[in-house]
Design a binder for this molecule. Structure first.
Ligand code: NAP
Ligand code: MG
Length: 503
């Protein structure tokens, strides 16, 4: 620790005393066991049931059914029947009514969903309550509005739905990823079979209850729980028309190979290694908060996390010192406590990966600093960590850690910042911090990333398209672009016609 660090941490107590303020779990009415949700009913899976646990305590929350390939067959058949007989026959306005109803029920059961999400995933309740669940409702409201306006989406007249969509999602935003997948698919007139991640199926089970409450026609949404094998059976099923996957680049690549030549339409939302670029004229107070939010939000389990901080050399020491002081005030612990800033790592496997890559970072010569916060006895935890002196070739600068670990690199000129930011196999997101608007626009123009935030980070809106370049995948979710992935005539563009009818 430098003298400056010591002075700063003396000023900011490393642990502020707060009385515990745990959110009550009494709002949850958990079942001991959850079945698969097929054709509007909960049914038992043919595979061996598994437990979902709380990563903060390692205690079992519920037993979950495991769908094998025969169960996936039944789910796809239910989705096909619902597509042919009901959903594709409804008007857009009627589909929209169901989506509005789902959105309102999500709002009504918001507290329950937030508690379930924090319990199962480990994320702080203030995030599931104030970010995940409100965005889930917003996504359904937004796409409900599109359902009867598909003719005006810029995709040609009367765009057609695809049929049955197979959707596979990860554990970092379990309910939000489910909403990103289901809302546009249904608005566009498709039916769905979706597989939540093995470690976070709970909120999807409550969502299934919401679908029953909303009286959604049977089979329009089917939820098959299980592990990678279930996902494999689903995306490779011969009777699905569309595959939508969010997860790691490795699995995404395997899926792209296996569906090549089948005629299935595919969107892949994969990993990222975003650059968060801080110029010396940045509004520094906001930038520090933005850097913290960029990488420590959701324990860094965020595909678009600002995991590579590129800071202009002349403000490097100031930024790093202020970051360390700020991180020393974050509270790590019980995800259900409303004071908690940093929750639990979602699984032992993910914790092991974060530890391994961090150890490699140190072995490769980067300097490691970890916030001094008490680590709870049980559960999976990793304190906020910063690596300085990181070289561009270091593995922690290139690979997705997917945890609360920030790599700090420096640059001198905008050109160097752009070159370093683009020096990655990924291209999902980026951030720019500068008081000068013209510089922000000039730099943004040259970054190869699907989403670029200026003087903010990790902001999401259903009207805004989201997706990546290169190994971050292809296709866009959100906004009008998100509809295109679920409609036959995507890519249609009106030819330029002059008055006389000639091009
Ligand atoms: P993952 O291992 O690829 O898993 C994602 C999903 O795929 C899970 O439901 C998983 O099931 C399933 N799966 C595993 N093997 C499969 C296979 N062979 N065929 C079909 N499905 C299979 O990824 P993860 O570790 O859960 O999630 C973290 C990754 O997701 C990170 O790389 C992150 O960047 C990325 N992500 C991207 C976005 C985006 O929008 N670009 C958003 C969020 C996360 P099990 O869970 O049961 O293994
Ligand atoms: Mg769990």
């Amino acid at each position: 620790m430098t003298e400056n660090d010591k002075a700063l941490s003396a000023k900011v107590p490393s642990f502020l005393d707060y009385a515990p303020a745990p959110e009550s779990t009494s709002v949850l009415h958990l079942k001991k066991h959850y079945g698969l949700f097929i054709d509007g009913e909960f049914v038992d899976g043919r595979g061996d049931a598994f437990s979902t646990i709380s990563p903060a305590t390692e205690k079992e929350i519920a037993s979950i059914s495991n769908a094998n390939s025969a169960d996936v067959d039944v789910a796809v058949a239910a989705a096909r029947k619902a597509y042919d007989r009901t959903w594709s026959k409804l008007s857009g306005a009627d589909r929209g009514k169901y989506l509005f109803r789902i959105a309102r029920l999500v709002q009504e059961r918001a507290r329950e969903l937030a508690v379930a999400e924090s319990l199962d995933n480990g994320k702080p309740i203030k995030e599931s309550r104030d970010v995940d669940v409100p965005l889930v409702a917003a996504w359904f409201f937004y796409y409900a509005g599109w359902a009867d306006k598909l003719d005006y989406a810029g995709l040609g007249p009367n765009p057609q739905s695809l049929g049955v969509a197979a959707q596979v999602i990860p554990w970092n935003f379990p309910l939000l990823m489910l909403a990103w997948k289901i809302a546009p698919a249904l608005a566009a007139g498709n039916t769905v079979v979706i597989k939540p991640a093995e470690t976070t199926p709970l909120s999807a089970m409550i969502f299934a209850e919401i679908l029953q409450q909303a009286d959604l026609p049977k089979g329009v949404v089917n939820i098959v729980t299980g592990a990678g094998d279930t996902g494999h059976a689903l995306v490779n099923h011969p009777d699905v028309n569309k595959v939508a996957f969010t997860g790691s680049t490795g699995v995404g690549r395997a899926i792209a190979k296996s569906v090549a030549g089948t005629g299935k339409k595919v969107t892949l939302e994969l990993g990222g290694k975003a650059a968060n670029i801080v110029f010396d004229d940045a509004p520094m107070d906001q930038a520090i908060e933005g850097i913290v939010n960029g990488i420590f939000f959701n324990q860094g389990h965020v595909c678009c996390a600002g995991s590579r901080l590129l800071v202009q050399e002349n403000v490097h020491d100031e930024v790093v010192d202020r970051l360390k002081a700020r991180l020393s005030t974050l509270r790590m612990g019980d995800p259900l406590d409303k004071n908690t800033d940093i929750g639990a790592i979602n699984s032992k496997a993910q914790l092991d990966r974060i530890r391994e890559l961090s150890d490699i970072g140190e072995a490769e010569g980067s300097e490691r600093w970890t916030a001094d916060c008490p680590i709870p006895e049980n559960g999976f935890w990793f304190a906020p960590t910063i690596f300085t002196n990181v070289s561009t070739s270091s593995r922690i600068a290139r690979e997705e850690v997917f945890g609360p670990v920030l790599s700090v690199l420096t640059f001198r000129t905008p050109a160097e910042a752009i070159a370093k930011a683009n020096n990655t196999p990924y291209g999902l997101s980026a951030g720019i911090w500068s008081e000068k608007g013209s510089r922000v626009l000039a730099v943004a123009d040259k970054l190869r990333a699907g989403v670029i935030w200026a003087n903010t980070f990790n902001r999401f809106d259903p009207a805004s398209p989201f997706g990546g370049y290169k190994e971050s995948g292809y296709g866009r979710e959100g906004g009008r672009h998100g509809l295109a992935s679920y409609l036959e005539s995507a890519g249609w563009a009106a030819p330029a016609v002059t008055k006389g009818g000639k091009k």
